[in-house]
Design a protein around this ligand. Sequence first.
Ligand code: FAD
Ligand code: NAI
Length: 469
Amino acid sequence: MADSFDFTVIGSGPGGYVAAIRAAQLGMKVAVVEKWATHGGTCLNIGCIPSKALLHASELFEEAGHGFAGLGIEVGTPKLNLPAMMKHKDDTVTANVTGIDYLFKKNKITALRGTGSIAGPGKVTVTPKNGEPQTISSRHIVIATGSVSANLPGIEIDEKRVVTSTGALGLDKVPERLLVIGAGVIGLELGSVWARLGAKVTVVEYLDRILPGMDSEVARQFQRILQKQGFDFRLGTKVTGIEEGENGKLVARLEPAAGGDFLLLETDVALVAIGRKPYTEGLGLDAAGVALDERGRVRVDAHYKTSVEGIYAIGDVIAGPMLAHKAEDEGIAVAELVAGQAGHVNYGAIPSVVYTNPEIAAIGRTEDELKAEGIEYKVGKFPFTANGRAKAMQATQGFVKILADVTTDRVLGAHIVAKNAGEMIHEIGVLMEFGGAAEDLARTTHAHPTLSEAVREAALMCGDGAIHI
Ligand code: FAD
Ligand code: NAI
């Protein structure tokens, strides 16, 4: 036996690395097993971080072309240097993943490189790409192996022309036409990147709406905003095949979701963004007796315990929203629970953000959910056209919508479409953590002039009415 640990995490994404750091802070001897060359998982290497680097750069490119003139800044036609933009993305990733190495060293965490598998109770085998497998022992084992892109049957991904998000983060030229399959978060974020850089983007979505799960009023308004940005949406439609055409272009076969005549659509690149699935390959869960649910996710109880004593699971590989901060919070909770503390995640107050322009941010219940659950609610809504700072920034698209219980005034959910919505949502998160009411928000002084004043005004709309509308 090479070594023994108190707490071993398999996978170093936001769930795994955060669990490891918290466990080390709590005095445990910790190991992390990672099969990739760098730490940080999907989020840091091929997800949140590179996508936000490209979203930021492409947004500025777009603004320089179309937004600066209205502010009296004449820069001429901006020229795209795609390799330099990609270098910015790669440098951002490197800075973040090396940051994790530093944090592991600082917290005296042992980093083991290789594929981890459960070798029996309290045992993990680490198999490096080249080299001998080693087996370590560990009192607690946390599975944090994340997720991978879901595939469409019959469509082969080459990550060059038929890509997942990974390929879409590294295209070597701007495609003339980009076909996005799936109007979810990845499709709209990465579709935005390439639309801003010059691609004609068509989004094919199976359902009759974009962003399923988000508040449907938000989705409808946002669809109109994206259409103004040049997006073409084909809703209620599925892609049933992609072939190479005679002219070397790709030809996708589109069919109405409800059945009917197909049509062919030519494209240069197709992005498959139809969701992600939990990743458990190579872990030996079957042999170890770790149960999965009907969707292939590791089954856990409220304390992240799997069906096997001493083995836990967190992050994208278990049920719940596939979000980095959800994985991180579960990482903290599981380490604290193992240490005998009261680790806990409030699943009712997890924000989610779509980093488009404008951004969409949401927390708590949607209006659709409240209706379905028969909960009586009131709506406070405030548009950014009535916000002074938004006017000064030429960022008047969007609104804040607050949903509060009709009798108690307690805030049940909030939805923001705005530039910087992702930063603005957190005051509502804090309020919800404390079980606060719309009136609490409305009576809190907000600095002027800020976009956040629209949050307060929306809260006022749940009561006697806003001041500025
Ligand atoms: P992961 O980050 O997937 O990490 C799992 C790790 O486990 C990987 O490093 C993998 O190599 C390793 N691993 C797997 N099996 C083994 C094994 N047997 N042995 C050793 N190592 C193993 N979320 C947000 O909240 N905000 C965003 O802006 C955002 N943007 C995204 C953009 C894109 C393009 C994508 C694809 C995802 C995005 N996400 C975002 C989702 C986010 O990346 C995930 O929710 C998050 O990474 C999940 O963390 P995790 O720790 O559960 O797993
Ligand atoms: P998603 O679940 O957000 O969206 C997938 C979309 O594809 C849905 O609208 C679905 O109806 C549609 N779809 C499914 N099958 C289809 C088919 N055959 N044809 C056409 N449409 C089809 O999944 P996405 O965008 O792939 O993202 C995966 C996960 O990554 C998300 O769950 C999200 O949580 C996470 N993520 C989060 C980000 C953020 O927080 N900003 C950014 C990117 C990803």
